[in-house]
Every structure is written in C-alpha cells, then in structure tokens.
Design a protein around this ligand. Structure first.
Ligand SMILES: Cc1cc2nc3c(=O)[nH]c(=O)nc-3n(C[C@H](O)[C@H](O)[C@H](O)COP(=O)(O)O)c2cc1C
Length: 191
C-alpha cells in the first residue's frame, strides 16, 4: 500500500476544517496507509539561532529527521488548516521550517535548490471566515504551499475550501461543509 501523510493543523476543537478533512481522510485510508502528524500539541520549536547553529554542525533532532524523511518518501500529502490571519496557523509554518532539511526534503546544486519529495499530489483543505476564494490576492495560504511545493518537489496541488464561514447561518455552514466533503470525496477518486 502506498503512503499518505496527513498534516492536521486544525488548532481549534470542533474545527470546521477538520469536519471536512476527516471523511476525506477516511476515504483515502482505503487506498493509502495514512500517517497523521497532529500539530495541535505544539511540539515543534521556532527555528532560532541555536537550531541553525546546530544544523550547521549537522545536529538535527533525529525524530525531526525521521518525520522529514517520511514526508519526502510519502506518495501523497494532505494538509488541513483553517485560514488564519490571511494564511494558515503559525504552527504549520513552524512545522514546515523544522521539516525543511537540506538533503532530506530539498537539496541544491551550484545553481539552485531542488526538491527531494516524491508526492505527485498534495491536497490542501481549509475553511475561511471571510468571503475570500482560493487564488484571491488576499489569500496567502495557497501561494505559500505552492511555493513550498516548488522547493520540496511536491506535485499537483488541489485545494478544497469553504468560505464566508463566519458570516453564514448554521444551515449555510452545514451545507458548505457538506459540499466541500462531496467535492473532496469526488477528488479522492483520482487522488
Ligand atoms: C486566530 C484566527 C484567525 C483568523 N483569521 C482569519 C482571517 O484572517 N481571515 C478570515 O477570513 N478568517 C479568519 N479567521 C476565521 C476562520 O478562518 C474561520 O472561522 C474558519 O472557518 C475556522 O476554521 P476552523 O473551524 O477549522 O478552526 C480566523 C480565525 C481565528 C481563530
């Protein structure tokens, strides 16, 4: 069975984003061996000067290297993260920084960096409070994930989103979540 890494950055209990992600992951677990990385426990440190000095001496926490290797080797990646401050929660950025390891998720030659990750497809699931669609210049999560995909070598990015969640009635929210789940389940057939 091929491997899928599910990065869960849904920080809030009762997360709407997670309500969409859970059935999609359940569906994908029929064809992939799913490993979940749960970022809600805030276990990754901000990459500061001491971490950089360690890295310069080749010292990286072995458990971080191990997860970065799994990310590099995964066949598929799913990221679930709500829209926060026009992007995604910092826990996810901090996680990415800890996983962005030279020689593991990316490498470089004399001219440029190139990715070492093999996932051909990445799915990003989100919900947004305001009425901001994917690709809107105000939406800075997708462009970041796309740029990181370039650095790490990830392939096609599919975004599943529900929007205007903070200005919709409970019935509308329920409908938006159901629509996003259906869209995601449809995408699962080709993912
Ligand atoms: C800390 C925080 C920051 C947020 N920032 C934004 C924002 O910049 N733009 C926006 O449209 N919604 C913003 N929202 C609203 C969320 O995107 C929206 O409520 C979303 O559905 C929450 O997803 P969740 O239920 O999965 O946590 C923010 C919510 C929180 C808690």
């Amino acid at each position: 069975m091929k491997n899928l890494i599910y990065i869960n950055a849904c920080m809030k209990s009762g997360s709407r984003t997670q309500m969409i992600a859970t059935p999609i992951i359940e569906e994908l677990s029929k064809k992939y061996k799913v490993e979940t990385i749960d970022l809600r426990n805030n276990i990754y440190p901000v990459v500061d000067n001491s971490i950089l000095e360690d890295r310069n001496q080749g010292i990286v926490p072995p458990e971080h290297v191990s997860i970065a290797r799994k990310i590099a080797a995964a066949d598929r990646i799913v990221i679930a993260a709500p829209f926060w401050d026009m992007s995604f929660p910092s826990a996810l950025k901090v996680f990415f920084e800890n996983m962005s390891l030279f020689g593991v998720t990316f490498d470089s030659n004399e001219k440029e960096c190139y990715g070492l990750c093999k996932a051909e497809k990445v799915m990003y699931i989100t919900t947004r409070g305001m009425n901001i669609g994917t690709g809107d210049p105000l939406e800075q999560a997708t462009p970041y994930i796309r740029a990181l995909s370039h650095l790490w070598g990830w392939g096609e990015l599919t975004v599943i989103s529900a929007r205007n969640m903070d200005y919709s009635s409970p019935e509308e929210i329920e409908e938006k979540i159901a629509d996003a789940i259906n869209e995601g389940l449809e995408i699962c057939k080709e993912f």
